[in-house]
Write a new protein. Structure first.
Length: 194
């Protein structure tokens, strides 16, 4: 099969499903730096982040058929896989060894990138996400930061904040709904994975 850097993400996933290793290489080249940045932010450890990145692309190779375009873009699928594996690693550590991110403001402003266009788009997306998170009511923002940056479960958040579990779940759900509404117009703007 001919390889083309212009292939859409969905076309690359279809080729991976057909066991085309070149398509997997193209996906890796396209998204490895962004996924690595996410894993590093969650874990605070480059070596572990590299291991997560390997796990994610092994998952893509083995499970490309699980990608459902109705649920979102290829990038979103990869980000969820990276975040999940990073949090699993974070949870397997002793609590004292956690990365220590307690706020979106502590996430580094810049991840490594191979080309300026990708870096610019990533910074624009990060600015949009930071802005959307900053607009949330404080109680929703705090529970989302604890869940996504510290990898805490709803029960752990309830204990840490001395808030009833049901209230934590409601705040997470409402916060995510508000973020989704705020970001939705940008997702329809025509990313390569849509």
């Amino acid at each position: 099969m001919e390889t083309s850097s212009g292939d859409t993400d969905r076309a690359l996933i279809a080729r991976v499903q057909a066991r085309d290793a070149d398509a997997l290489d193209l996906l890796y080249d396209r998204y490895a730096s962004r996924l690595m940045g996410l894993a590093q932010r969650v874990l605070g450890d480059t070596g572990e982040a590299e291991e997560v990145l390997q796990e994610v692309f092994l998952f893509v190779w083995r499970s490309a058929t699980t990608f459902d375009p109705a649920r979102g873009s290829v990038l979103a699928w990869l980000l969820v896989a990276t975040r999940s594996r990073s949090i699993d690693r974070l949870r397997s550590r002793r609590p004292a060894a956690r990365a220590g991110l307690t706020s979106v403001d502590q996430v580094p402003d810049k991840a490594d990138s191979r080309d300026l266009e990708t870096d610019s788009a990533a910074r624009e997306w990060e600015t949009l996400c930071r802005s959307a998170i900053a607009e949330l009511p404080a109680e929703q923002r705090i529970v989302l930061e604890l869940a996504y940056f510290e990898g805490l479960t709803h029960q752990e958040i309830a204990q840490k904040t001395s808030t009833p579990l049901g209230t934590v779940k409601t705040r997470v759900r409402l916060g995510l709904m508000k973020l989704k509404d705020r970001i939705r117009p940008y997702l329809r703007g025509g990313t390569s994975g849509s």
